[in-house]
Design a protein around this ligand. Structure first.
Ligand SMILES: Nc1ccn([C@@H]2O[C@H](COP(=O)(O)OP(=O)(O)OP(=O)(O)O)[C@@H](O)[C@H]2O)c(=O)n1
Ligand SMILES: C[C@](O)(CO)[C@H](O)COP(=O)(O)O
Length: 262
């Protein structure tokens, strides 16, 4: 959309949901970097599984009428039972499907379960359980305003180096630096990423045929030559990846409880 053009899209929740929005939550990963234990999405945060936080975060947006949870390939029944134990208060429907060996495959399987009539699809990591609803709404609004692919992202705060990785017999050796990108043009990308449904489906179809090394869905769309835009992300939308991230997530939840007066 032209930067100066004014959006005519009604605020989220005030439209009659002409364009149904679904959220696909890939939750089939093991969480190897988090260390031994249950699959990452099922680990508790303040006593509630990470996945439940992520589902609530998506259902918290009035735009989202369906959440597709992508469970570990052999764990769909367990995930369904777990979600049954934490029913949502609103009207958002939740379905569970088995996932695949890679995140990309899991997203593709989740997308296949999205019914006809849904025109906007969000893809959100179960590993980002604390994303605020305003961030979700900002992504949905940008898609509804005409951007086929929208990612929330934050400026990078560390200086980033490009290196020549040392692998195989040379793994562990110091890695030569081959460049320092200008930090001002870098963004650290989060989820939910929002898409025009047909665009996302086409990107996944192309990748199945041709293979690809993209680490996020927007990267796949970019490789088709489609414009991807960034909206402001949020510090609390960080990805729980390593053990220290669990400590941070608990601290964020404790701060929210305190702010809510609990
Ligand atoms: N085969 C896979 C692998 C990952 N994911 C999901 O993709 C999201 C982001 O992935 P990441 O943080 O890398 O999770 P894991 O793959 O579980 O982590 P690790 O690489 O440490 O094992 C997570 O919600 C994860 O469950 C998935 O649905 N299917
Ligand atoms: C999709 C993502 O969360 C955007 O930052 C990220 O690329 C997932 O990466 P991972 O390798 O699955 O951790």
């Amino acid at each position: 959309m032209n930067a100066n053009a004014k959006s005519v899209t009604p605020p989220i929740g005030e439209s009659e949901r002409p364009a149904r929005t679904a959220a696909v939550i890939p939750a089939a990963g093991r969480g190897v970097r988090l260390g031994p234990g249950a699959p990452k999405a099922l680990r508790p945060l303040s006593g509630t599984p990470m996945l439940v936080h992520a589902v609530r975060a998506m259902a918290g947006s009035r735009a989202v009428s369906l959440v597709v949870v992508v469970a570990p390939p052999d764990g769909a029944d367990e995930v369904q039972r777990l979600l049954d134990a934490y029913p949502l208060t609103g009207t958002t429907e939740v379905v569970v499907v088995p996932g695949g060996e890679t995140r990309q495959e899991s997203v593709r399987l989740g997308l296949a379960a999205v019914p006809d009539g849904v025109t906007t699809v969000l893809v959100h990591d179960a590993a980002r359980p604390l994303v605020p609803v305003d961030t979700v709404d900002a992504v949905v609004a940008a898609v509804r305003d005409g951007s086929p692919a929208v990612v929330p992202a934050l400026p990078v705060t560390d200086t980033v180096k490009r290196v020549e990785p040392r692998t195989g017999d040379r793994a562990g050796e110091p890695e030569p630096v081959v460049g320092t990108p200008d930090r001002a043009v870098l963004r650290a990308v989060q989820t939910p990423q929002g898409f025009d449904r047909a665009t996302l489906a086409a990107a996944h179809e192309k990748i199945v045929l041709e293979g690809d090394g993209a680490t996020d869905d927007a990267g796949m769309v970019e490789r088709m030559g489609v414009e991807v835009v960034v909206v402001p992300g949020h510090e609390e939308a960080f990805k729980v990846t390593r053990p220290l991230d669990l400590v941070l997530a608990e601290a964020v939840l404790a701060r929210r409880r305190k702010n809510d007066g609990f």
